[in-house]
Design a protein around this ligand. Sequence first.
Ligand code: GUN
Length: 297
Amino acid sequence: MTAQIIDARAIAERLRAEVAAEVAELKARHGLTPGLAVVLTGDDPASQVYVRSKGEHSIAAGMHSITRRLPAETSQAELLAVVDELNRDPAIHGVLVQLPLPKGLDEQAVIAAIDPAKDVDGLHFVNSGRLAQGLPALTPCTPLGCMILLRETLGDLTGARAVVVGRSVLVGRPIAQLLLQADCTVTIAHSRTRDLPAVCREADILVAAVGRPQMIQADWIKPGATVIDVGINRVPFRDPVKAAAGKTKLVGDVAFKAACEVAGHITPVPGGVGLMTVACLLKNTVTAAKRIAGLEA
Ligand code: GUN
């Protein structure tokens, strides 16, 4: 079998275009411009790339966008003061504090300080609690993107066996909740799972979110399964000349080439789930703006 590659680039582009159209309508009909604020603390190189992309895409969608860049030495009190200021700013409907935070800062306390109505990352316990209860909630962007890819690929997911490898707050746990809401039979597997390959082989839908380069092997995949690879791992090239030059490449959590011989559908890395994350952040910001303005329940 040769897997069909899920065209996340096209799906993300379409979603961004839909969001831009909705922003234009909110402006024209209600004088409402959705506003997103991203807070970057410190100088983590990957975070700088992600934050720049979030700013550029929100402007391209017609939104109000601000990026607050704070030095790595920022204190907890200073960071909380910035979050408080953004919580109060009526032009801002989405507040995202880029993670990881520099050492010494308490991520949980910072996330808990974000107004849940503006928590476009869906990480506040009010939103994760609402998600766990099946209530409307702002939902983490990467899991939301994975669900859109799955629905585009498979349509109705009812009754499918889904295995999520990874139990992070950002991806594993929320995507398991979303799969459950979609009437899948869900298993959350992790580093302590016994016979992980056998558990993965049961999956009609396999979501890899472990952060370990190419860990999921082809013989862990049920023939014809849909494989969603959330991993973004930077590794040295195998070619010794490139490796010696310090060059790196991005790979997922799935051994992609071999997996393509077994899976029915699969997302590539790069060019897969990562593209959906920013598109879903824009979508969440529009949702937050509409709810704050009383235009949506
Ligand atoms: N760092 C990597 N991914 C994310 C994300 O989705 N949200 C935040 N806040 N930080 C991240």
